[in-house]
Design a protein around this ligand. Structure first.
Ligand code: THU
Length: 132
């Protein structure tokens, strides 16, 4: 699967966003090494703190299906002022648990343009399983 298709899957997943409190819709599409794609959207909650980001929904779906090896994630999020939504710190840490930071690719899209980064770029000197 190429970057453009993964990005399109994230844009599509964004449509399912349950975000009545922030109104900020985010979609994610997580590519496993075997080619499977797991999508997610942000799911908010009236109590606020149980809110879960799109990226972590995608990881939870994948890991709960037995997937543990990943290549890339595309994240689609933009607000009224167009712009890119980069993964929050908690999501970057979850990626760190399952992905090699120098290989894992994070694609952010505003629905038009795609930007690519490694996890190591977005979480330098991250703490992960190999730190213990
Ligand atoms: N959000 C995500 O889904 N992913 C991120 O990486 C950043 C934030 C969601 C959480 C919340 O529902 C909304 O965006 C506003 O913070």
């Amino acid at each position: 699967m190429d970057i453009r298709k993964l990005s399109e899957a994230a844009v599509f997943a964004r449509e399912k966003s349950y975000s009545p409190y922030s109104g900020f819709k985010v979609g994610a599409a997580l590519l496993a090494k075997n080619g499977s794609v797991y999508t997610g959207c942000n799911i908010e909650n009236a109590a606020y703190t149980p809110t879960i980001c799109a990226e972590r929904v995608a990881f939870a779906k994948a890991v709960s299906e037995g997937e543990l090896e990943f290549t890339a994630i595309a994240v689609a999020g933009w607000g009224s002022d167009a712009g890119f939504a980069y993964p929050c710190g908690v999501c970057r840490q979850v990626m760190m648990e399952f992905c090699d930071p120098s290989d894992f690719i994070i694609i952010v899209t505003d629905g038009t343009e795609n930007r690519e980064h490694t996890l190591a770029e977005l979480l330098p000197e991250g703490f992960g399983p190999r730190s213990l």
